[in-house]
Design a protein around this ligand. Structure first.
Ligand SMILES: [Zn+2]
Length: 364
């Protein structure tokens, strides 16, 4: 039976497609975003419930709530900006926290029945105690006890009929890329779906059908079955686990995982996306230094060098009257030239940094 609180799932949310990047969402009917959190495009089309694209929109079974708060986002952004030489002015914790959007990505949860004969090698730990004789100069023979850990392997066969609950499998084709940059989620923290947990957050619609995710489910079930067989025979290890299960009664539901999405604008006004794992606070974003800020710094240093150079020339001219001043003037001019050359460093640093960052994949 569907809980009462989920009945507004289809009516309180509308299906939205971003024509900039083809991301599909369920958005709150009363808080439709003006820009896509993924590509910042304003070209978002809303579809009414019941249209063909409105698939997999049964209410989720569970939701992993946001655990990282605004202070974590702020701290992470500060640490992120510190790794960038001359970060753009727009990259401030206040600006980024202010434009945070909360997003949930879907994960399939599968309950299924598996039945199979199995065979495996199971291993039991045991300890071997032996004695070694050692001759010590001046002390004669000594006996030394030596303990070694070994594993005894035995073949086992059995039959297994089991019901497995909540085997997780990605419901987005990009999930693996996302997990690589944001890390995984602890699904044990999930709570039963309640509209209040989602509030104004956007929800991504699965783009990976159950047929495509089934292979991942089988891997998950196999891992659990293998662990159970090891436990059932009281073994410490298992290897070469073989089975050929038949599955029945599979039931697919969704769990939702939290992500913060925000962005900053670089020198060219391009929105650079920043994502944070809503549970752990782990941040991912493309780092872009500000060439404009580096140029301003270079101009300041150049101006200082010019002033020193002009003063040095004047001192050198005075050297015609008072010879020791000539040395001071020449040294000052050399110093000014060195500082002038140093003015190029900020520009070079930012250019090199930004070029290296281009190699990092942006699309997740
Ligand atoms: Zn988009």
């Amino acid at each position: 039976m569907m809980p009462e609180s989920t009945s507004d799932w289809a009516t309180s949310r509308v299906f939205a497609i971003c024509h900039g990047c083809d991301w599909r969402y369920l958005v709150p009917a009363d808080a439709v975003p003006t820009r896509c959190p993924h590509c910042a495009s304003p070209d978002i089309e809303l579809l009414a419930p019941g249209t063909a694209q409105f698939r997999h929109t049964a209410p989720p079974e569970s939701v992993v709530p946001f655990a990282a708060g605004a202070e974590v986002v702020s701290r992470q952004v500060v640490a992120f900006a510190e790794e960038i030489p001359y970060p753009p002015k727009d990259l401030s914790p206040e600006a980024l926290v202010g434009r945070v959007q909360r997003l949930f990505v879907p994960m399939w949860l599968v309950d299924t029945e598996a039945e199979s004969l199995w065979r495996a090698e199971v291993g039991f730990n045991y300890e071997v105690v032996s004695h070694r004789e050692r001759y010590v100069d001046g002390g004669g023979w000594h006996t030394q006890e030596v303990r070694e850990n070994r594993v005894r392997w035995e073949p086992r066969v059995g039959r297994l009929v089991r019901h497995y609950d909540n085997i997780a499998a990605p419901a987005l084709t990009s999930y693996q890329a996302l997990e690589r940059v944001l890390g995984g989620y602890d699904l044990r923290a999930a709570v039963r779906y309640d509209p209040a947990v989602l509030a104004d957050a956007l929800v991504r619609v699965p783009d990976r059908a159950p047929e495509a995710a089934w292979a991942d489910v089988q891997v998950g079930v196999r891992q659990r079955a293998q662990d159970e067989c090891r436990e059932a025979v009281g073994a410490d290890h298992v290897q070469d686990f073989r089975w050929s299960p038949s599955y029945s009664g599979s039931n697919w539901t969704l769990s939702l995982l939290p992500i913060y999405v925000t962005h900053y604008r670089d020198d060219e006004g391009v929105a650079q996306r920043i994502l944070l794992n809503g549970q752990t606070g782990r941040l991912y974003g493309v780092k872009r230094g500000s060439a404009a800020r580096a140029q301003r710094r270079a101009l300041t240093i150049g101006a200082v060098a010019l002033v020193i150079f002009v003063l040095s020339l004047m001192v050198a001219l005075l050297g015609l009257l008072l010879p020791p001043l000539l040395i001071v003037g020449v040294l000052g001019a050399v110093l000014a030239l060195l500082i002038g050359a140093g003015a190029l460093i900020p520009i070079g640093r930012v250019a090199l940094f930004n070029r290296r960052q281009r190699n990092i994949p942006v699309e997740v």
